[in-house]
Design a protein around this ligand. Structure first.
Ligand code: PLP
Length: 381
């Protein structure tokens, strides 16, 4: 699904030089490399504070701790996302409230959020799923109306620029009260191990978060709040510093691959192409609100699993993200949920199919993959 070896080649000597410095300094934890990456990412995102941490799941959890969410508080998030998003809500004793998503771009349905708001609702966690920004204009409006906090799960969309109807183009993850991201190796900005970060423009919240990631310490051995141990290590920060200057190019290459896939599959029966929520109706040069963490098709007619089996036979990597809606998972099922409120997630979990998506895809690979898909589905059409 991703080709990390080929991506390493152009940055290999830079990464090794940075590693050498860290090894010589033995500055493995909280070293200069972490502080440097933090500054670079703040500049790139145009956000006042980046708080590095150990992984994206921690980032979400720390965001909720820092915002002071308490057991019994309801947190609304999407039924169609990676489990980490809902896991941390449950882990903190908060009440997850799952809602349906849009069938075209798979992001959280704002009307479903509105319908789920109660007097106990404290926060919304939109997920910029597969690299596509959620409907932040309307979500921020809704949050103001009901005095709710917005935590962006930006694990899949770093580098995306949201197309606000005001004409502004803020970076994904910097629009809500706090953003959380992951540097898992296969993410758009991936380390060579685990890593994560929080983003916020709120000085007080940033201060609180910096203490929480470090055992609740604001002064050495003074523990003011209950914290966690969640650190980005220097070696991972060095990898991220080496890659950050290439991130826009990486995302551009993903977009080009997506355009090539779209073009080749536009007349294939049973295939719905991914939608970007801009005016062009396809993927144009100015589309920046989707950075294609995944390239995900919908395959109708009940042919998804047969196509997946065929791709496996042809040794073409593919994935089903995600095969089971969260409200149907044992850990997150809840008596309050009604199946009719999840018509989209129930349908798309049977239809989605993600194709290889990374920065090193060649025209030949895309041609082979799309020809295989087109032939298979045309024979069923
Ligand atoms: C990857 C991911 C996470 C978790 O990130 P980790 O670094 O693996 O903990 C959270 N949310 C979403 C949507 C993700 O894709």
């Amino acid at each position: 699904m991703v080709d990390l070896q080929a991506q390493l080649e152009p940055i290999k000597s830079d990464v090794l030089n940075r590693f050498e410095t860290i090894l010589e300094e033995a500055s493995f934890i909280n070293g200069g490399a972490v502080a440097q990456f933090q500054k670079e990412l703040e500049t790139y995102l145009g956000v006042k504070h980046v708080i590095p941490c150990a992984n994206g799941t921690d980032a979400l959890q720390i965001a909720m701790m820092g915002l002071g969410l308490k057991p019994g508080d309801e947190v609304i998030t999407a039924d169609f996302t990676f489990a980490a998003t809902v896991e941390v809500i449950a882990l903190l004793g908060l009440t997850p409230v799952l809602v349906d998503v849009y069938e075209d771009d798979f992001t959280i349905n704002v009307e479903a959020v509105r319908a789920a708001i109660t007097s106990k609702t404290k926060a919304i966690v939109p997920v910029h799923l597969f690299g596509q920004c959620a409907n932040m204009d309307e979500l921020m409006e809704l949050s103001k109306e009901h005095d709710l906090l917005v935590i962006e799960d930006n694990a899949q969309a770093i580098g995306a620029k949201y197309h606000s109807r005001t004409g502004a183009r803020p970076m994904a993850g910097t629009i809500g009260h706090v953003g959380a991201t992951s540097f898992f190796p296969s993410k758009n900005l991936g380390a060579y191990g685990d890593g994560g970060a929080l983003f916020t423009n709120d000085d007080d919240l940033a201060h609180t978060l910096r203490g929480i990631v470090n055992h609740g310490m604001y002064q050495r051995y003074h523990h003011d709040v209950v914290g966690v141990n969640s650190r980005l290590d220097s070696l991972q920060a060095a990898v991220l510093s080496a890659k950050l200057p290439h991130l826009d190019d990486y995302n551009h290459r993903r977009k080009n691959a997506a355009r090539a896939y779209n073009k080749a599959l536009s007349k294939t029966p049973f295939v719905s192409l991914p939608v970007t929520v801009t005016d062009c109706g396809g993927i144009c040069e100015s589309c920046t609100c989707h950075v294609f963490h995944q390239y995900t098709l919908k395959i109708s007619g009940g042919h998804r699993d047969a196509l997946a089996a065929h791709l496996a036979e042809k040794q073409i990597p593919h994935g089903v993200y995600y095969p089971i809606p969260l409200h149907k998972q044992k850990a997150y099922s809840d008596q309050r949920y009604r199946e009719e409120d999840f018509s989209v997630t129930n349908q798309i979990s049977d239809e989605v199919l993600s194709l290889p998506m990374h920065t090193e895809l060649t025209d030949e690979q895309i041609d082979y993959i799309t020809t295989t898909i087109h032939q298979f589905l045309s024979n069923r059409g």
